[in-house]
Design a protein around this ligand. Sequence first.
Ligand SMILES: Cc1cc2nc3c(=O)[nH]c(=O)nc-3n(C[C@H](O)[C@H](O)[C@H](O)COP(=O)(O)OP(=O)(O)OC[C@H]3O[C@@H](n4cnc5c(N)ncnc54)[C@H](O)[C@@H]3O)c2cc1C
Length: 430
Amino acid sequence: MIKHLIIGGGIGGVLTAMYLQKRAGVPSRSIRILDPHPTLLARWHANVEACGMRYLRSSSSHVLDTDFRSLRSFAARSPGFDKGDFTPPYRRPSVRLFRAHCEHIMQECGVPELHIKGTAQSLKRGRKGHLILETDKGALEAKNLILSLGAGTQPVRPDWAESAAEVQHIYDPGFRSSLASAGQVGQVGQVGHAASARSPTTKTAHVAIVGGGIGAAQHACMLVGRYHATVSIIARHEPTMSVFDFNPCYVGPSCLPGFLSSEDYRERRRVLEQERYPGTLPPDVYAELQALRESGSISWIRGEVSRIEPSHCGKSSSQVEKDTGQTTVFITPPYRDKKPQNEMRLVCDKLRLATGFTPGFNRNPLMRQISMEFNAPFEAGGAPIPGSTLEWLSRVFLVGRAAELEVGPPAGNIIGIHNAAKRLCSSVSV
Ligand SMILES: Cc1cc2nc3c(=O)[nH]c(=O)nc-3n(C[C@H](O)[C@H](O)[C@H](O)COP(=O)(O)OP(=O)(O)OC[C@H]3O[C@@H](n4cnc5c(N)ncnc54)[C@H](O)[C@@H]3O)c2cc1C
């Protein structure tokens, strides 16, 4: 029997394991992390690689360790890192430094040895009150279960993209940012640097990205810098700048007690909606985007995609139309003025989605099964309702975005995971 079984080996699951060991004194033999990927943190690495992120949005204190100074002292004593690995404000670390620190600290804490590869499928309770978790690799018995499933459900796919397999979401498992198959592409350049002079004979790929947040903006800048692509971003709104993607006053005593003082989950949902800022860009990404808009490498189109069609060539009726391998995107304007004649057509070599994740856990198969089996509560917005110790049902705890009704707007971010793991340590037994 595993004493503390964590489901999900992302930042949430790994950080919780570290807190249990370092803060609650739980021996490593009592902890296991179930995750289907070959290595822990695989989804995190894939997501940051897919969007082309260079610096974290959060400060260098928000790290994969219980000690908030850990990454900075690691950088100071490790060769190969310098002040270029930090960027203002709050000395945000480079992705390369963050990754190296994660690998170092995980090795130091023996975290990779806690990994069991597999996917949790369903939960039931044994006769002695312990938990039995069915996985694709067989059953696991546990005393305490900690659910750290990340954003919960799938990357958002708009209706028009439902049956278009060629339209990939940048956070789809298996997504590759390479433009190798998008016709001829320019030479490979440096990520994040404006495209250098192109050969006049080189045809560059035209990529359209749907979505107006940090994923879309970073991915666009990366495609220009690395592949000399031209990019059109299709978004409902203008680019909006914000240092953080939530109101940081909810991290601590300034605002969190007010959030928790309301017993009405509709009110907590209202605050969550108001105090999280999806679709915004930190100042450095905003500045890079605007510079590339001015240079003409990126265009920002306000509107909504209504449908897509394969593009054809062949002008007269005697000619057979040929599929060009390109896609025609039909875009309606953002305002009331949605007359068909105002529909815009855009032809691109590749169309990609950067539309975030579907909100709500009530569509997650494991969460639904647990809720039905144990009659565990969800609020109307689709979030599970845990108690103040983050216990959703007896001995089943929540970490990460799933704990948002107790942890508040930062729940899905690294600092929110710290706050959840600290609460958990005060309620679980060694
Ligand atoms: C591109 C990007 C950049 C971000 N940058 C920042 C940042 O700079 N600062 C910040 O604070 N936050 C940032 N975030 C937000 C957040 O910190 C990350 O999303 C982080 O990865 C969340 O970690 P997690 O463990 O909750 O989720 P995930 O990384 O999604 O991990 C969840 C894991 O659970 C596994 N899992 C799910 N269901 C099951 C199951 N049934 N059985 C077994 N395993 C399962 C998944 O496979 C996955 O490996 C960023 C998010 C993204 C997408």
